[in-house]
Write a protein that binds this ligand. Structure first.
Ligand SMILES: O=C(O)CCC(=O)C(=O)O
Length: 251
């Protein structure tokens, strides 16, 4: 469970870290599965080349062109991922943050294991996850479980505290809904960013409107993180969008 101070920090800043919420055994089991699936290139996966973010290989045949960025559909990969996604401690924290009983787990985006690899990982520019989502209310929460240490060197997340409460004009974004880096007002906003450094078992809860970004993995180890996104079960995805592609699970 989160403390009352954690809950108010979340509402104020748009994120909160629960240290050591997942125990070592869970992290080891999920990591072993992720390593195995990555070695087998077990579909569905997303490649760095698919995204064409800064630093991505330009072509599937280029050096690093088969670098996997995400193992997709985590819930359907192994019961262990599904169990983690619906774990009692995760559910209890989400009930506190949403102030709700019924929590939906989306299977449409995130629902993945991030596999940030040395050598060919790309830079994720400043964005809100609402660029991926289409729900009646833009009020979703992602749960990011670090399976290893996450730090500046291996490309941990950076966040802008309180930015989930901003309403920015469309002109502040590029065509892909990343913050435009050429605008002075965006540069001033980005200066407020903080790193979210995590240890294995730590969980970052963050709001879908929180601006965040991440760098490349400059270490020599793959960084594995498990990420799921949740919503009020009565907050529905908009029909015919990617958010409605698969049904949510009532955890
Ligand atoms: O680890 C990263 O590169 C950030 C990923 C991210 O922000 C996202 O998938 O929304």
């Amino acid at each position: 469970m989160l403390t009352a101070a954690d809950v108010s920090r979340f509402h104020k800043n748009g994120f909160v870290v629960a240290e050591g919420l997942a125990d070592g055994e869970v992290c080891d089991e999920l990591q072993a599965l992720a390593v195995n699936h990555l070695q087998q290139n077990l579909a569905p996966v997303e490649y760095e080349v698919d995204l064409q973010y800064p630093g991505s290989p330009v072509h599937p045949e280029a050096l690093g062109g088969m670098t996997v960025r995400r193992l997709l559909q985590a819930c359907s990969r192994d019961l262990a991922f599904r169990k983690w996604a619906a774990h009692a401690s995760v559910k209890a924290c989400l009930q506190q943050l949403f102030e709700l009983e019924q929590i939906g787990l989306s299977q449409c985006h995130h629902n993945c294991i991030m596999t940030k690899q040395p050598g060919f990982s790309s830079v994720t520019l400043w964005h809100q996850d609402n660029r991926y989502w289409a729900f009646d209310q833009d009020n979703l929460i992602s749960v990011w479980l670090a399976l290893d240490e996450e730090n500046h060197k291996n490309g941990c997340l950076r966040v802008i505290p309180g930015s989930h409460r901003l309403a920015l004009d469309p002109g502040r974004f590029d065509a892909s809904l990343f913050l435009r880096a050429d605008l002075a007002e965006n540069k001033a906003l980005i200066k407020r960013a903080e790193r979210v450094e995590l240890k294995a078992g730590d969980i970052l809860f963050f709001h879908s409107k929180l601006f965040h970004a991440a760098g490349r993995n400059l270490s020599d180890q793959i960084k594995f993180s498990v990420v799921f996104t949740y919503h009020d079960f009565n907050n529905h995805p908009i029909a015919a969008t990617r958010s409605a592609q698969f049904p949510s699970i009532n955890i």
